[in-house]
Write a protein that binds this ligand. Structure first.
Ligand SMILES: Nc1ncnc2c1ncn2[C@@H]1O[C@H](COP(=O)(O)OP(=O)(O)OP(=O)(O)O)[C@@H](O)[C@H]1O
Length: 251
């Protein structure tokens, strides 16, 4: 079913799932920032990464995305190291979205052309993506003048439009009002239902419950729990997770 959404370039590229990490280690100034012996992101659904500030969530996402090199260890996308070609099947939205200095529509069209769509199809798909994100009225506005929430919706719409196999979202609703948060959650849920594998960082545990099929709980650079959402919240296996869920400050 997902093949219908793929560009010719994406179809010609090998799949990138599962993403596996082995013996990841990052240390700075004597402090262990990341220590993950083994982690696999495969199958379907949405994984929510939770944990206290500084736990290593963004770092893990960046290392799994191949954007940051660990001191040791290896990340493989379907058995090989991430390479340029495979990035056309991958998407990432940062906490502070990086948008081009052009119109909202053109931001999406540009991304679509970069994964192999021709001009006409890119234009049509961009129109649908803007509509789904509630941004049709702003399609010709410069991305620079959009509000923070509108920028985040545009960044997500742009990433979803390219129909990646795997999408990483770093706190996509961190500064959004309730309506924009709902829109983003609905977009994520739709994409997940359509077969896109999503990993997102969230601080809002209610949101993690709403959209997560599974939870990865991190503390002090380690993956402390990796469990289905119901199990994680219903009967956490560790004292740290229990304290975190109950709102206690973890040091
Ligand atoms: N380049 C770097 N040099 C030194 N320390 C770093 C570097 N990058 C990240 N860190 C540290 O690694 C730790 C993990 O950072 P990370 O951004 O992954 O945390 P996080 O779990 O995403 O936190 P938050 O919820 O606050 O966004 C932090 O203590 C951070 O200061």
């Amino acid at each position: 079913m997902r093949d219908a959404h793929r560009s010719p370039l994406q179809t010609a590229t090998k799949p990138i799932l599962p993403v596996t990490a082995e013996r990841l280690f990052v240390r700075r100034k004597g402090r262990v920032l990341l220590d993950v012996p083994s982690l696999t992101i495969g199958g379907t659904g949405t994984t929510v990464l939770v944990g206290p500030n500084g736990a290593g969530k963004s770092l893990l996402l960046n290392v799994m995305a191949g954007l940051r090199r660990p001191d040791s260890g290896v990340v493989l996308w379907n058995g090989v190291r991430p390479d340029r070609q495979r990035y056309c099947r991958f998407g990432m939205v940062l906490q502070r979205p990086v948008l081009l200095r052009r119109s909202a529509r053109s931001n999406i069209e540009y991304a679509l052309r970069s994964v192999g769509y021709g001009n006409a199809e890119a234009r049509e798909r961009a129109g649908h993506a803007l509509e789904a994100a509630g941004l049709s009225a702003l399609m010709n506005s410069s991305a620079r003048v959009l509000s923070g929430g509108e920028m985040q919706r545009l960044a997500l719409a742009r990433a979803l439009a390219t129909a990646p196999d795997l999408l990483f979202l770093d706190e996509p609703t961190s500064s959004l009002d309730p309506a924009s948060t709902q829109t983003i959650e609905a977009m994520v849920k739709d994409a997940s239902k359509g077969g896109m594998r999503i990993v997102l960082i969230a601080h809002d545990l209610a949101q993690a419950r709403r959209i997560g099929d599974e939870i990865i709980f991190m503390h002090r650079g380690k993956v402390v729990e990796h469990a289905p959402t119901d199990r994680f919240f219903g009967s956490p296996a560790t004292a740290e997770a229990n304290d975190f869920i109950s709102g206690k400050i973890l040091i």
